[in-house]
Ligand binder design. Structure first.
Ligand code: GDP
Length: 421
């Protein structure tokens, strides 16, 4: 069985908790793109963990977690994240954590370049998480990147890093800075010593495990609308958040997925800049943000919030090829008398049902319908029959509108706070 768990919207849909829940049925959990620019929050019997790089099953015993070939990994950050979890009592060894030798290393100068560029842009900034992700992916495509495999050969690192740093300085000088290749190397060498036991050829490793019949779960970061090609470019991330990329980004491009679980929240949230058609403002936004605790797990930034967006979600489901849906955080809507749902957009005076590309999205306006609120605490509900009629109506309305079966509804952040449909 090969399954991907992916985001349908702008990210922060609650993918981490779904991976945490479903990973019990899988043997290997792979992250296939991105870096420490997003955070998963998981709560279980072992405690509360914010994971930026490590797959969400890292706290489960007996599971292998893999950082895939399509990722960009800040080596220093990874070492700290591993050490932090170990200090929280989680066992991390080369048995349960593997890092693809093809993954790229996000270096200190990538982080600096990201920060300097956001500062230069001032109010025109993109809302980067400033973790060096875009510069690192850019360098990968410029063929001036460091792969995890390079960490296994210090002499080779000593050759390439000064050359790359010299090239990078052509850019950094424009911001009035330079990078010191020696310091970059020192840090890399230290990280290499720590990380070497974890580095594997993920293609060979996964191929063999699949042949043995092992079940693989692919875990995405962010959502469909942040995909570099299919998202709200340029307000996207620099990698492929789509399920179609999961096998490629993990190391097994020959694999076909059996199941794609799309995760979407019962309302919308969006971190950073860019078009966000359903955005609420003022008190309405503050109330939903507070109720939903909508602050970035990686950065603490207040998220922009809005009503559930059927137009965007339908597009996200299409792009992800989702075969089923998990609807999360339904409990958050319990304070509303009437629940707004964006059912279509108005673009240049016309009602549209498709998700526009490019600047048209800035001009699109939401068309709402309002459903009855359920006005009660549903966090103790564990069966479909426990839910009030209005909550069931809301779920059914969304399911019909997006035309994809909703199989899970979560009603609280803890592992067991969900209903299987
Ligand atoms: P991810 O990046 O898609 O995994 O999402 P995040 O971890 O950034 O955001 C999900 C947040 O919502 C986390 O803080 C979760 O603990 C929390 N959460 C997830 N599902 C539920 C739910 O059903 N109800 C409530 N109240 N919180 C939830």
């Amino acid at each position: 069985m090969k399954t991907a768990i992916v985001g349908i919207n702008w990210g922060d849909e609650g993918k981490g908790r779904m991976v945490d829940l479903l990973s019990r049925d899988y043997d290997i959990i792979c992250r296939y793109q991105g870096g420490n620019n997003a955070g998963h929050t998981i709560k279980n019997d072992k405690g509360k963990f914010i994971l930026n790089l490590l797959p969400s099953a890292i706290t489960r015993e007996g599971k292998v977690n893999l950082l895939g070939a399509g990722m960009v990994i800040d080596a220093e950050y990874l070492v700290k994240e591993i050490q932090g979890l170990i200090s929280q009592g989680i066992e991390i060894t080369p048995e349960n954590l593997k890092i693809s030798d093809k993954a790229h290393v996000c270096l200190p100068y990538h982080v600096r370049q990201d920060i300097l560029e956001e500062e230069r842009l001032k109010d025109k900034k993109f809302g980067s998480t400033r973790r060096g992700i875009a510069p690192c992916y850019s360098d990968k495509y410029m063929k001036k990147g460091v792969q995890m495999a390079d960490l296994l050969d210090i002499n080779y690192l000593r050759e390439i890093v000064p050359a790359f740093a010299q090239w990078k300085n052509l850019t950094l000088k424009g911001y009035g800075e330079t990078t010191d290749a020696k310091k970059v190397l020192e840090s890399l060498e230290k990280c290499a010593e720590f990380l070497t036991p974890f580095i594997v050829d993920s293609t060979e490793y996964l191929k063999e495990e699949i042949q043995k019949g092992k079940k693989i779960l692919f875990e995405a970061q962010l959502g469909a609308l942040r995909d570099i090609d299919y998202g709200i470019y340029p307000f996207t991330t620099s990698s492929h958040t789509l399920a179609a990329y999961a096998p490629i980004g993990s190391g097994v491009p020959f694999v076909k997925l059996d199941r794609v679980l799309g995760v979407m929240k019962a309302y919308s949230s969006c971190v950073g800049e860019g078009p966000f058609v359903v955005e609420m403002s003022d008190d309405e936004a503050s109330k939903l943000r507070e109720e939903g605790d909508e602050y970035g797990a990686a950065t603490g930034r207040a998220r922009r919030v809005g009503a559930f967006d059927i137009v965007a979600s339908r597009y996200g489901i299409l792009a992800q090829g989702a075969t089923e849906i998990a609807l999360t955080k339904l409990d958050i809507l319990s304070y509303l008398d009437k629940i707004p749902v964006c059912v279509a957009y108005e673009l240049d005076g016309k009602r549209i049902n498709h998700f526009p590309t490019g600047p048209a999205l800035f001009r699109a306006k939401p068309i709402f319908e309002f459903l009855d609120g359920f006005k009660c605490n549903i966090s103790k509900c564990r069966k479909k029959e426990d839910l009030p009629k209005q909550a069931l109506d809301y779920i059914e309305f969304i399911e019909n509108a997006v035309n994809c079966p909703i199989k899970y509804v979560s009603v609280g952040p803890a592992r067991d706070e969900y209903i299987k449909f």
